[in-house]
Design a protein around this ligand. Sequence first.
Ligand SMILES: Cc1ncc(COP(=O)(O)O)c(C=O)c1O
Length: 407
Amino acid sequence: MADRGFDLEGRLAALEEHDLKRALSPVDRVAERGYFAEPSGGDLPVLDSAEALVFASNNYLGLTDDQRVQDAARQAAATVGTGAGASRLVTGDTLVHRDLERQLAETKGTERALAFSSGYAANVGTIAALEPDVVFSDELNHASIIDGCRLADTETVVYDHCDAADLRARLEERVERATREGREPADESWLIVTDSVFSMDGTVAPLSAICDAAEEYGAWVMVDEAHATGLYADGGGVVQAEGLEDRVQIQLGTLSKALASQGGYVAGSSALIECLLNDARSFVFSTGLAPPAAAAASEALHVARHGDARERLWENVAHLRDGLESMGFEVWGDSQILPVVVGDRRDAIALADGVRERDVVAPAIRPPTVPEGTSRIRVVPMATHDRDDIIACLEAFQAAGEEVGLL
Ligand SMILES: Cc1ncc(COP(=O)(O)O)c(C=O)c1O
């Protein structure tokens, strides 16, 4: 009989052969340092080994082990429950969800906000619910945006990364094409979608120029602030830093990075939120965000807005960027994410292994996550790293870089 199964062994062997196989590496806690499993891919954290410094986490403000955030989660579990128990639309809508959404709307300068069970679900659900005729999408947008476009079965026009002039050219092309085909482009709904901070390149989208182009062509703008929420003006994202709340129709993000929790959100007009809670399938047909996650994100947002964690993060970013660049590394981007671009994937792996031997965790990022020839180490400090941690990280990069022959 024919074998109609799947050649999983073959797939794994192919990944191995091309240095693309990934492995899990458990750690004992989520913080700026921790005990990891043996590199790479061991089963359990090795508590009698040296503690490693973590320079690869999206826990940017280091709030996952903040006492206030932990207490908020604990209290929500004790008073509201450990899980929502149902979709928000059934019986899973609680006071902690409402509190979180009120704070998110206040921070993002919008009428309302809606919490999803992940940032992935927020992107996929929102794009699919809007059903745009055309999406104009930055070429480096996150996978959840791409998947949202697929699910919406929309026509997607990809523009060059962070290039508002190219976006404008694509908008113009679309007008010309519709005119040629005898259609009225005004009949179509157009959505421009971009990450604000790009997670692998550390670049920041030119949001103001994107809004200019959108307004000229009547398109709406959706900004994914996953890597920015909590880090910029008053705990908002790049939209807040640039004062664009009134020009961006849909702000979206995750609670799982600087907000030290789990879940996603959309912020916008009351009409947008009402539509999403009726039509976004990833909201309607998914259990509400767990109350401890909602409460932790609320508290983390409060701390991000009113404490000094943001300031400490940006000081660490400046110190680390300065140090890496003065050693001679090529560091891309202009955000808290510092991609040390090495080029060859084997060099990137060797550099990552070298820093790991020196008790710094910052894994190599390789194709297919990034294009061939741009393999890198995505170095990310946290607000809770102290000066000695930053120096230890820099020393590890110096020594490993020399060992691998990159410096
Ligand atoms: C830009 C961007 N959008 C969305 C997501 C998905 O968020 P979540 O991890 O909450 O599903 C991520 C990261 O994971 C991201 O980097």
